[in-house]
Structures are given as C-alpha cells and as structure tokens.
Design a protein around this ligand. Structure first.
Ligand code: HEM
Length: 251
C-alpha cells in the first residue's frame, strides 16, 4: 500500500512539473523566471507588509508581482531611503523617479516602450535579488490570478521596446558614430577609425552627415562606401573629399 501511495505521489509531481515545462515549450507561458507564484494577495493584505514594527513582514510589488524584500530592510524598512515602495505596487515610480503620492502608482499606461523596457529591468532585478511570493490582485492580475488586459498591454509595449532597442543596436553597428574633436585653433574635425562610437570593427569608413527625418538635425556617422548612395538621409561633408576618412567641420 505504501509503495502505491509513493508511486501515486511521484506520478502526480511528475505531471505537475511536465505541465509547467510544456507551457514553456509551446510558448503558452511567459519565461519561467518572470512567472510569479500562484499565491494571490489583495491590496489590503499587501499593505500589512510595510516593515513597520507591528507589520507582518516586508513586501513590495512591481507589475503586480509581489516580492519579499525583508533582506533589503535597510532600503525598504522604516527610515530607509525607499520605504515608500513597501507594502504597495508603485511600478510607475521605478521609471519616473517621482516618489510623491501621485507618482507612487501602478498605472504605467503613460510609459513609452523604451521606459517599459527599463521597468522590466527592475522586475528582473527583483527576481535576481529577492524571493517572489505571489500575485497582487488588481491592475495586472485578476481575482483568479490571470494576467489582465492591462498586463497584456504592458507586455506588448515591452516587445515593441525590445524590437526598437534591437533595431537601434543594429543601426549602431551598421552606422557607428564618428570620432570628433574641437580646438579653438583648428576648429572642429570628425573622423573614422576601426573603433568609433563604441563599435570595434574591421573597416574604417568615411564620415557622413546622417539626418534624422523631420528634425533637420544631423550627426556624424561612419559609412562603408557602398551604403552611402542607398540612404537619402546621408550626406557628404562640404569641402571634404568623398573618400577622406577625416573631415573638417565648420558650423
Ligand atoms: C528613478 C530613480 C531611482 C529609483 C527608482 C531608485 C530605486 C532604488 C532602489 C529600489 C534601491 C534598492 C535596491 C535594492 O533592493 O538593493 C536603490 C538603491 C540605491 N540607490 Fe536608487 N533609485 C533611483 C535613483 C537613484 C539616484 C539618482 C541615486 C544617486 C544619486 C541613487 C542611489 C542609490 C544607492 C547609492 C543605492 C544603494 C544604497 C545601499 O546599498 O545602501 N538612486 N535605488
């Protein structure tokens, strides 16, 4: 009989573990590291975890995920520099740095995709340094613990922000910024080398003005010759030979 019970428990545990993995494999679930435990916590309960003397502990929430931040008592406990985060979800303030009563809110609908990426960097930080304990019922999780429409919207903004970051990264590799210097005696100069704009490469390139559409402003980028003609926003520097890797700047 005991053998049967042990086998039954073993099979049950295996099913639970496999089910979680299957969600992962089929893409039905977000990456495991960002999935909060199933325990549901309501706002009123969370507020009891403020770290005060008679409180139940020290928790904070970000994007509806609740963390035990007891080991960060010096930051989040009474008298700590970030005590205002304790016992609530003040996701917006992680990005804006507005720690006033109106700034300490979980309404992040005003954030740009790039700002949502920074907010998720904070979430990753809490997963790395603190223990997740549950989901806060409210803006981001429903009463049954399911992601709300608001959370799905933030996740969509996250994806868009990550796409924009990847594009910017690819552009930085393709069109790295020039080196530049200015002296009172000689004026300004821009030039290209195998390392400029933080990009190490096996080509030098030539300086060109890259205009951002609509603004009329330009910045210097190094281009490999072949790409110059294809981009209407790229112009040569005046009084500088086409193939020169250094150009004077008069502005
Ligand atoms: C958007 C603005 C900011 C936010 C949301 C923010 C948030 C935080 C949080 C949550 C912590 C605790 C991290 C942990 O649990 O270990 C922290 C620590 C810290 N923050 Fe900020 N911070 C901001 C701006 C700044 C600025 C501008 C400075 C400096 C001028 C600063 C200096 C520090 C320092 C020195 C610590 C570590 C303190 C220690 O280890 O004792 N923070 N910050």
């Amino acid at each position: 009989m005991l053998g049967f019970i042990i086998s039954f428990i073993f099979v049950l545990v295996a099913i639970l573990v496999l089910r979680q993995d299957w969600d992962h494999i089929t893409g039905d679930a977000p990456p495991q590291s960002t999935v909060p435990p199933a325990r549901l916590i309501i706002k009123e309960e969370l507020s009891l975890y403020s770290g005060e003397e008679d409180s139940k502990g020290l928790y904070l929430a970000i994007l509806g995920q609740v963390f035990d931040v007891e080991k960060g008592m010096k930051h989040y406990g009474p008298g700590g520099g970030y005590h205002f985060f304790a016992g609530k979800d003040a996701s917006l303030a992680f990005v804006t740095g507005d720690f006033t009563d109106t700034g300490l809110t979980d309404d992040v609908s005003s954030l740009s995709p790039a700002q949502v990426v920074s907010l998720y960097d904070w979430l990753a930080f809490y997963h790395k340094d603190y223990k997740p304990v549950g989901r806060l019922v409210g803006r981001f999780y429903s009463e049954s613990g399911e992601p709300t429409e608001a959370l799905l919207q933030v996740e969509a903004a996250l994806e868009q922000g990550q796409r924009l970051n990847n594009q910017a990264q690819a552009e930085k590799q393709h069109l790295p910024a020039c080196n530049s210097e200015w002296s009172a005696a000689r004026g300004g100069r821009v030039w290209c080398s195998t390392k400029s704009g933080g990009v190490q490469r096996d080509w030098v390139g030539v300086p060109r003005k890259l205009f951002s559409p609509g603004s009329g402003r330009s910045r210097c980028v190094c281009v490999q010759n072949s790409s110059t003609l294809e981009n209407p926003n790229i112009q040569e520097y005046e009084d500088c030979p086409s193939q020169a890797d250094s150009c004077p700047v008069r502005e």
